[in-house]
Ligand binder design. Structure first.
Ligand code: HEM
Length: 201
């Protein structure tokens, strides 16, 4: 329950987030100074992009908002991908014939590489079976649950009438959400899952 009392996990989380935001704001200030001095690149990472991009009204994002977004990306970037990889391992252990097919596909890719040669974009595109498995795992056990969406009014889309209250039926494949708030890093997540699972398998 979100009750802010001493000793509760919520109170500890609020304290921790203040500490982390303070550290992130130091990094943001340092980057601002480095950009002004030409010591950092304008395109080096998302922090530079956030500092250099203004809103439509010409204002820039506040430091605390940037820190909050960075925290969102850190949490999203670790926990959901970890959960998917863990669940893929669980399902591969349960269905050996699926593991065999994934292993065969990954070994075909690995066997065409020179020793210690890193994976490249074309290799990733070949991992079709592994990605099918990952998608099926995310359909059955979505790592982020509870971000339900349902139609708030009746509306017409592409000629179909969608009545108020319509929501996805259980086991619909929407692990990354949908619409304007869809996970912005879903392609990066795909890359992380495929590279990690390739090495593990
Ligand atoms: C398998 C991995 C992942 C899954 C299943 C996943 C899932 C989701 C879901 C369901 C949402 C909410 C979408 C909605 O409200 O409709 C979301 C939002 C978000 N995700 Fe992911 N995500 C994953 C990986 C990542 C990674 C790797 C990052 C960052 C590096 C990330 C960053 C974000 C951010 C910043 C948002 C908030 C977007 C917004 O509010 O506009 N996610 N993700």
């Amino acid at each position: 329950m979100p009750i802010d009392l001493p000793g509760t996990p919520l109170r500890k989380a609020i304290k921790a987030s203040k500490l982390i935001n303070g550290k992130l704001i130091e990094i943001i200030k340092q980057r601002k100074a480095d950009l002004a001095d030409g010591k950092a690149s304008l395109t080096q990472d998302i922090l530079s992009h956030m500092l250099m991009t203004c809103n439509e009204d010409g204002t820039y994002m506040k430091e605390l908002d940037m820190a909050t977004k960075i925290m969102g990306m850190l949490i999203g970037g670790y926990e959901a991908v970890d959960a998917v990889c863990t669940l893929i391992v669980k399902f591969l252990a349960k269905f050996p014939h699926i593991y065999d097919a994934v292993y065969k596909e990954q070994m075909e890719i690995a066997n065409l590489k020179a020793p210690r040669e890193l994976l490249n974009w074309d290799d990733i595109q070949k991992m079709k079976h592994l990605w099918n498995v990952a998608q099926e795992v995310m359909r059955l056990t979505p790592p982020i649950q509870g971000s339900f969406k349902e139609a708030s009014t009746d509306f017409v889309f592409n000629g179909y009438t969608i009545p108020k209250g319509t929501g996805p039926t259980p086991y619909t494949y929407v692990p990354f959400g949908g619409g304007p708030m869809i996970c912005p890093d879903k392609e990066y997540a795909r890359l992380e899952i495929l590279v990690f699972m390739h090495n593990l398998v």
